[in-house]
Design a protein around this ligand. Sequence first.
Ligand code: BES
Ligand code: MN
Ligand code: ZN
Length: 497
Amino acid sequence: MDFSIKAFDTKNTMASAKTGCVAVAVFENKKLSQAAQALDGAGDITAALKSGDISGKAGSTLLLRGLAGVAAERVLLVGLGNGESIGEKAFTTGVQAAMKAFSTLGAADAIIALPLAEVKERDVNWSIRTVVLAGRDSIYRSDAQKSKKDPAPNGVRKIALAVPNNAGTKLALAQAIAVANGVQLTKDLGNLSANVCTPTYLAETAKKLGKDYMFNVEVLERKQLEALKMGSFLSVTNGSEQPPKFIVLKHMGGKPKDAPVVLVGKGITFDTGGISIKPGAGMDEMKFDMCGAASVLGTFRAIGEMGLKLNVIGIVAACENMPSGRATKPGDIVTSMNGLTIEVLNTDAEGRLILCDALTYAERFNPAAVIDVATLTGACIVALGHHHSGLFTRNDDAHNALAEEISAAGRATGDTLWRLPIGEEYNEQLKSNFADLANIGSPGGASCTAAAFLENFTRKYPWAHVDIAGTAWKSGAAKGATGRPVPMLTNFLINRT
Ligand code: BES
Ligand code: MN
Ligand code: ZN
């Protein structure tokens, strides 16, 4: 899908624009948006609205053809709510409805002339990003492994946004397209089956990104991980025939000496639970257990395309969690890279075992901040549902500020988070009789004890943990990866430049 900016003025009017379709807003109070007024020379739009053919409710649409005095072949009326003010939700719903309507048109191009600059508490850049992400979402197909591809339903392939053409809107559009490309990579990786999307596949993807965007990419193999004493990470790979990969990407867009932001992703390409094996029903969804890793790679694609002027390091710890005669057993004690010993009471709590070594490895970069992203706990879905990712930081002034910075990046992109606690009381739950700590906590607060476990390995830098178990993919009829939290992460990084 191709996006561009089309500015209108008194010479170059909306009514004279030659295009397959112009989308304009109408409201429940029977008012027309400015762009709709500009096309209402003969009163056709007013008549359609007055007759009740369209309610104006957010997401309602009505297609009109061949309006008198309008060069566009079609006009799509899009309801954006009551007309008092345009809320963020109403705008998003309206844009999604417009994209859906575009998908069944016999037109190749269209203009979005919705009031992008009039969304309450949001700027035009936010609206541009919303249009681009909704458009790309509407044409996304998860058919990479189908022999017959799903039909491409979208008639409209070229979308122009009616906004002033200036440096600000140009940059916003370019950034929005980069985010959409990052989201797409993250979805594609998440949706691939686990026999294809192996740790090796993730490493190859990272190398390809390195070539495309000039990142330095290093892939550490088992031997090197042994030399680094990543006993915790390696213990998870014991049952698997697939070699583990520890992937490090470097985007040095800032000043050479500036401390980098480090993103760490959980890349379990399939989580059977290991010897503490999961029940069979729905186990296929554990192919999504690498969505943290995929979101790091997707974010790198986005910032690479943007040429972001910031130093960012990506770490992806990738392996499978499988049962076998060689697999780690409940009660086994392993030694992590930072020297802490861990009693593996449950081999299904494997995410923290790979992340703790990745977080220790991150120390060498003297990070300005480290954010780890992981489908870490089913309990996070119990706590927050599928709406918000879980956000954990230490509870001191600096970390409260970091949590707020991440939350704000989430709010601004609709890729929201909700803060949950860690602290001494949760560390108490992780005590082991035989090792420095256990890999699961005593019952209660499983997302918090998982985060508290990780915290033990992050004391040398500012750190936040994002649990995306509920937000990284959808189950049911619309099963598939969402691409979250690429919009939040990218926005966080942009805001740091
Ligand atoms: N990958 C899972 C977490 C998960 C489960 C994400 C379901 C999304 C949906 C993780 O490795 C895991 O198995 N966690 C266990 C931890 C428990 C053993 C303490 C869980 O959440 O049940
Ligand atoms: Mn698990
Ligand atoms: Zn897992």
